[in-house]
Design a protein around this ligand. Structure first.
Ligand SMILES: [Zn+2]
Length: 460
């Protein structure tokens, strides 16, 4: 059954009490950011093969919050961070506190993560991917609790800093560096992880959307930009935002006084075409920062209509879990992840509990004025989602499709990718997560139908 929650950000109370709201047609924005680099060595996230905790940093990691208030008093807070991704429990805890403090409804809070693989090993889902000791796990738990407070602090400050602002939108294209690791072969889709053997075909979204926020004097205060590519250039033991971290740094250097915020796109299978050297991470960051600059120098679409947002938490189904005898067989496997998963599921069965076969999938739609439609999917959506949604909503001047919003449960395949199989089609779920199996064939239909309902709501 669908759990449908479509709500609107009607802030009637705020309109009633806000002296500036009466002037109408004025947008307001507030900003805040904080360093979130762990203060002591902790296990790092993203790669299952790491063997030890972090050893220092290349640069700091950040959480950044942008609060927006439309001319009618509706608010949205967008938070970005140099973090791998979160459980839905983390996002819900942050939301509950922010809702308690400010009355912000669920649809008006969106947490995007860059998905850097050189950040702390914040949990994505229950089953550990990593070979950590209990002590390492305790340190990560303590870090996540600390991080939650940082999120609440920056969001609260951003809401508290709301000031009149002028918004405009533009877009650019970098020298593309995202390529697909799903390599088509006569035997089916092969996972190609070496830079010399990636597939340069397949769907991709090389657009760099840019939202510029200036004060009433025209000084740029914030630049929100996006790109779709897994931040896996580096595989080091030092904290680093990977190419999005460098891109934000370069944009802030080019626009002193402005906060640069990176939004990750539909990059499930997209990876950088050059990896493992810091120069490559810097080069991708530079390409992206240059595209942002070009967009800011080019034609701007002014945002002067209203702000509308909608949210839904659809339910996705997993295929039935493996039978007990398959799990018992997997217990003998040499594959550590498959073994850990089998032990986890058998433990549930032995306790006579049910193996969960559904997953909540948060979906966001935000409309900036009449021209810009922002669609935020959860999980790690494959690029085909971006291509389909952009094609479908071409009537808008620009459609921005993001992934990695609110809950990173792993890859979100389209029907085609699910049918083709491979790592993003279901391989990750089979081995590395606690979930019962790959999604059922309804996955894409449910996601797209969910987005259709939300777009309709913000279009009325
Ligand atoms: Zn990933």
């Amino acid at each position: 059954m669908f759990l449908l929650r479509i709500l609107f950000c009607h802030f009637t109370l705020m309109i009633a009490f806000s002296p500036v709201a009466a002037e109408a047609s004025e947008w307001k924005t507030g900003l805040s950011s904080a360093v979130i680099t762990p203060e002591e060595p902790v296990w790092m996230g993203g790669y299952g093969a790491r063997t030890k905790p972090s050893e220092g940093k290349i640069h700091d990691l950040y959480v950044k919050a942008l609060a927006l208030e439309g001319p009618e008093g509706n608010r949205v807070v967008i938070v970005t961070a140099d973090v791998l991704g979160f459980t839905i429990e983390f996002t819900n805890r942050v939301y509950r506190e922010i809702n308690k403090r400010f009355g912000i409804p669920r649809e008006a809070l969106l947490l995007n993560t860059s998905h850097t693989h050189c950040g702390p090993a914040v949990p994505l889902f229950k089953l550990p991917l990593y070979n950590m000791t209990e002590d390492d796990e305790e340190k990560i738990d303590a870090y996540v609790n600390w991080l939650e407070l940082r999120y609440i602090k920056v969001i609260s400050e951003a809401i508290g800093n709301l000031k009149p602002a002028v918004l405009s939108f533009s877009s650019g294209t970098p020298t593309p560096f995202a390529v697909s690791r799903r390599f088509p072969s006569p035997e089916g889709i092969i996972y190609r992880s070496g830079p010399s053997s990636y597939y340069t075909g397949g769907p991709r979204d090389d657009t760099v959307p840019v939202l510029k926020i200036a004060d009433s004097e025209g000084n740029i205060k914030a630049i929100l930009f996006g790109y779709a590519c897994h931040p896996i250039t580096l595989y080091v033991y030092k904290f680093c935002g990977d190419y999005p971290g460098f891109a934000q740094q370069y944009v802030e250097e080019a626009y002193p006084g402005a906060t640069a915020m990176f939004i990750q796109g539909c990059s499930g299978e997209l990876v950088p075409n050059a990896r493992y050297q810091i120069e490559y991470a810097m080069g991708h960051g530079r390409a992206l920062a240059d595209a942002v600059k070009k967009a800011l120098d080019g034609e701007q679409i002014p945002i002067d209509g209203s702000l509308k947002c909608a949210y839904d938490e659809i339910i996705l189904d997993f295929q039935p879990p493996p039978e007990r005898k398959v799990l018992e067989e997997n217990l003998k496997s040499n594959d550590g992840s498959l073994k850990r998963k089998a032990a986890y599921l058998l433990d549930i069965l032995n306790k006579n509990e049910t193996i969960e076969t559904t997953l909540p999938c948060p979906l966001h739609v935000i409309r900036f004025g009449k021209d810009v439609l922002f669609i935020g999917l959860s999980g790690e959506p494959v690029a085909e989602y971006s291509v389909k949604l952009k094609t479908e909503y071409m009537r808008h001047k620009f459609v921005w499709v993001a992934g990695f919003c609110d809950y990173d449960f792993g890859y979100l395949p389209t029907w085609k990718v699910l049918m083709e199989g491979g790592y993003e089609g279901g391989g990750l779920f089979e081995s590395y997560t606690q979930f019962s199996g790959p999604f059922t064939e309804t996955v894409e239909k449910r996601v797209l139908e969910g987005i259709h309902r939300l777009v309709k709501e913000v279009s009325e």
